[in-house]
Write a protein that binds this ligand. Structure first.
Ligand code: HXC
Length: 514
């Protein structure tokens, strides 16, 4: 056989496999407003950069009609590519091939490409669109998923892992995304461990797939997803943007973007925090006026909105921002806010991203429900995560900073490298109203005009503590700054802290209260 013939055959085979489940299935897939597995890869990666591995892979299953059944590339496209010039590894499940189901070989391909991520120190992106473990392959499918989960854990903290959920992600398959750092879910996708039919059988509850595991359910109720995308294209843009803030691995610093070096005073910052300490405001207005070009990528925006987390840049350097949100529940720290922020802090620390914390917190949320659900255990995560973090830590107290929550928002004693306070800052063991009830209860009870005495004592307490000067006097605040100077102070701190090294005792790992 001549070389020409052989090449013609190779091309024919390649083209056939690249068609996945065939034109009918591809058409049905596109009709749902989705990109195909290959189109997603093309949209995510730089043109001409994708190097596929395992295109010709064939399953070896024989039971339940699998003997001789074609499953091009075994339903998953794997390989290396660049995104904006930076190396990544990826897997993209092809729903048109046996529903993107994960058999033994499918999962082996995924696990192998993940190992390449680890070996090369490059992010791993997993585009999910699958009916889950391939039922015909039984325990071999489970074993395959086990390998993927195990490899997810090997990669964790070494290279960033991002999951895109672009179609069904059912059963235990949802645990691979759960083990990754960020999940982006499209509005066409659903994720659940057991679907509506099983739930109906077991608990009698009636629920649609979307109510159960749609993007909104996972953003608002479960906190499983970090970003919602309207469609595949949007999910891919989000993924590219997210990658731009991150280093390729834990041994690198995040990429530094070009910057015009502008740190001019921004007078807008003088008008955001209201004079009345009880008035809410949107802390994102502070963030947007501090970061480069007002560009802030907020994660989990719909979950525990009383705390805001996300990425921005200051003079081109990535920062992870954590901020109490006075516009929601007065910015109180509750269980969900604590777990949301703690996980983010640990991600930033693992990947050398400085932490920038904006504080306006009245305390931990009181209540039986919070206590019984473990605010002690979950709130402690904040103390643990901040204390354990060795990246540069910069804290800016905007207004209230009370009690345990003052510490939990990266107070100086938890290792903040710089703590700045605005003149509006009130740093105290607790709010004046509560403090007065404890310290002066007897005095108030004995007063002729109880209300007047209470008011007087509250004012007295506030006069002493409701300012940043006592804390600055104790050196818990490094400097009291005028709000318009905030960006300049942060930029300078990041510059001076860039070489920060802080060692921790050698141990297998710390024991964050999970
Ligand atoms: C094998 C599967 C499959 C699976 C779908 N298919 N899921 N094949 N194993 N898990 C096949 C279908 O038979 C069909 O094949 C094709 O994919 C397309 O599926 P449809 O049902 O026609 O598509 P659609 O109506 O869009 O519904 C998609 C779906 C549904 C919601 C994902 O297929 C579904 O509910 N699948 C099962 C989901 C599930 O229970 N998974 C859990 C698996 S066990 P044909 O040939 O007709 O085109 C599991 C255990 C944990 O995951 C594993 C990790 C620990």
């Amino acid at each position: 056989m001549s070389m020409d013939t052989r090449i013609a055959e190779l091309r024919k085979r390649r083209e056939a496999i690249q068609l996945g489940g065939g034109s009918d299935k591809l058409e049905k897939h596109r009709a749902q407003g989705k990109l195909t597995a290959r189109e997603r890869v093309a949209a995510l990666t730089d043109a001409g950069s994708f190097q596929e591995t395992g295109l010709f892979a064939e399953h070896r299953a024989t039971l339940f009609g699998m003997a001789g059944k074609e499953a091009p590339a075994d339903g998953v496209i794997c390989g290396a590519a660049t995104v904006h010039g930076r190396l990544i590894h990826l897997a993209s499940q092809d729903f048109t091939v046996l529903g993107g189901s994960a058999g033994e070989l499918h999962s082996t391909k995924v696990a192998e490409i993940m190992e390449q991520s680890l070996k090369t120190g490059s992010p791993f992106v997993f585009i999910n669109d699958s009916g889950g473990a391939r039922v015909q392959e039984g325990i071999d499918s489970l074993s395959g998923y086990g390998k993927v989960f195990h490899t997810n854990v090997m990669l964790s903290g070494a290279v960033p892992q991002i999951s895109l959920i672009c179609g069904p992600c059912a059963g235990g398959a949802a645990y691979s995304p759960a083990l990754t750092d960020f999940i982006i879910q499209t509005r066409q996708a659903q994720m659940f461990i057991t679907g509506p039919q099983v739930i109906k059988q077991v608990t009698g509850e009636a629920v649609t797939a979307d109510q159960l595991g749609g993007a909104d359910a996972h953003m608002t109720n479960s906190g499983v997803v970090h970003f919602i995308a309207g469609n595949d294209e949007e999910a891919i843009l989000l993924c590219q943007k997210l990658l731009s803030f991150l280093p390729s691995n834990n041994l690198e610093d995040p990429p530094v973007f070009p910057s015009d070096g502008n740190v001019d005073a921004n007078p807008v910052l003088n008008g955001i925090v209201p004079d009345d300490p009880k008035q809410p405001y949107d802390v994102r207005d502070v963030i947007l006026n501090v970061v480069d070009n007002g560009d802030f990528l907020e994660a989990q925006s719909g979950y525990a909105p009383n705390i805001v987390i996300g990425f921005g840049r200051i003079l081109g350097r990535s920062v992870g921002i954590i901020a109490n949100q006075p516009a929601y529940l007065a910015g109180v720290l509750d269980i969900n806010a604590s777990t949301k922020a703690s996980r983010f802090i640990r991600f930033c620390n693992a990947f050398n991203i400085a932490l920038l914390t904006f504080v306006d917190v009245p305390g931990f949320l009181p209540g039986v429900q919070q206590e019984h659900n473990g605010i002690i255990r979950h709130g402690a995560k904040m103390l643990f995560a901040y204390s354990a973090a060795t990246v540069p830590k910069i804290t800016v107290v905007l207004r209230k900073s009370y009690g345990g929550a003052y510490l939990a928002m990266c107070g100086k004693d938890l290792g903040a490298d710089r703590t700045f306070a605005w003149p509006t800052a009130e740093i105290a063991v607790m709010g004046a109203e509560g403090a007065v009830e404890i310290v002066f209860r007897k005095e108030i009870q004995e007063a002729e005009d109880k209300a007047a005495r209470r008011k007087e004592l509250i004012e007295k307490y506030r006069e002493v503590f409701a300012n940043p000067y006592v804390s600055a006097g104790r050196r818990l605040v490094d400097d009291i700054i005028e709000p318009p100077e905030t960006r300049r102070m942060i930029a300078q701190s990041l510059e001076y802290l860039n070489t920060k090294r802080e060692l921790r005792p050698a141990k297998k790992h710390g024991l964050i209260p999970l």
